[in-house]
Write a protein that binds this ligand. Structure first.
Ligand SMILES: [Zn+2]
Length: 81
């Protein structure tokens, strides 16, 4: 299987759910890459990507896909699953 196919078959919403991140009605989740109290990470289900709008975020300005999300997400979150 090509990497592109794997990424396509991996739903960002499923990945977020795995980390207990539920998009709100504006399709925003609390960002796991910075100390986020109000959801500032936008979920783009159509393209399977997420984007953080916070200036405090180390991942700010980067649109990432499901694979990059899993790679970058802090260990403390995945261990709680
Ligand atoms: Zn962030």
């Amino acid at each position: 299987m090509e990497i592109a196919e794997i990424i396509k078959s991996l739903s960002i919403l499923q990945v977020l759910e795995h980390y207990h991140l539920k998009p709100n009605r504006n399709k925003m989740v609390c960002c796991p890459f910075h100390d986020d109290k109000n959801p500032s990470r936008q979920v783009y289900a159509e393209t399977n990507t997420v984007f953080c709008f916070s200036g405090n975020c180390k991942m700010n300005g980067k649109k990432i896909d499901a694979i990059q999300f899993i790679q970058e997400v802090p260990g403390r979150i995945s261990r709680t699953v």
